[in-house]
Design a protein around this ligand. Sequence first.
Ligand code: ADP
Ligand code: MG
Length: 396
Amino acid sequence: MKRTVDALDGPALEGQRALVRVDFNVPLDEGRVADDTRVRAAMPTISWLQSRGCRVILMSHLGRPKGKHVSSLSLKPVVSVLEGHLGAPVAFMEDPTTEAAVQQTRRMKRGEVVLVENVRFWPGEEANDAGFAGMLARLGDIFVNDAFGAAHRAHASTAALARIVTPAVAGFLMAKELEHLGKALGEPERPFIAVIGGAKITGKIDVIEALLPRVDEILIGGAMACTFFLAMGFEVGDSLVERDRVKTARDLLSQADGKLIVPGGGVVAKKLASDAETKAVSRDQVEPGWAIFDIDPATATDFTKRILGAKTIVWNGPMGVFETPPFDAGTFAVAHALAEATKLGATTVVGGGDSAAALADAGLQNEVTHLSTGGGASLEFLEGKPLPGVEALNDA
Ligand code: ADP
Ligand code: MG
């Protein structure tokens, strides 16, 4: 267990400069923030610190500028979004490595908020450089990490910094993520089912292997199912497959002890388009020239039944190409099943950027127990890997 920011509550907190690592890696559209979900997710920690009289210095990465100043990846567009949520002006810090930056934080009044420029503009960030972390450390008296989405990276603002500034604690979003994901893995109410889909088996083998001994069943969907079909001896036409992973899929099936539930069929088409001719076929009937773009309705019904019978469900990866209807049907069926299971008292946890987007498309983002804000981080957590950004924080 890691120490959480509310453990610091008390008069001593007043006037402290709270250096907060947030995940403001927001989508930009022509210089504007296209979706402020991540900003909103950080608000509980920011507001709490303000209410305790802290001066709040926010840092984040945005995109992959690779250690250089890339204007299109500046965090400046986030300033007005923050101001909207806080109802107060927010200052911007161009360069956190200067003496002027330190002075800027010293001049701040209690409750004021400053946003630091994209920390990945400096090569020391991704190098987890102690020198760069040391410069960031001069900007704050306490360190709060609320960037769960970046916790799987050992970078200066997530890892090295936490070893320099004391105290170094988890923010509320980070704590919530760790609690929900930890509970699902640690003490799941059974039956415990994982639903794993998405494009590639490669990125998800580790999570399947890690989850197999813990779960009662893993339901497989997405393009990944096609590689399993090949491993089972079926033809998959033009479906997206990883031929070099067929043996891996076969190994997983043989060690799974019947726990891997592969779709009985798919929805196929000759091209990926909404106006394409489609048909549902069983997995031994995929003809050359056709590709599987979704699980078939019979599998969707079967998966729904299994999900509704479970007490803990973890979902990562869409069942089909949900971006192109009608191939969103299987994914939406799973999304609705999770929402329904939640109503029936099950604990449901969704991770993965595209799965989160699909859940939002279905309007069900508030109908599950926990929707993780960290795609890669949640996956690595489920794989049982230690997250450097979490490890570096003080223990409770
Ligand atoms: P997440 O971000 O939730 O972890 P992934 O990134 O692994 O999910 O996979 C999401 C992508 O997988 C989506 O863009 C979706 O279109 C694609 N996908 C799912 N099923 C198929 C399929 N049968 N064929 C091709 N692509 C698929
Ligand atoms: Mg993805």
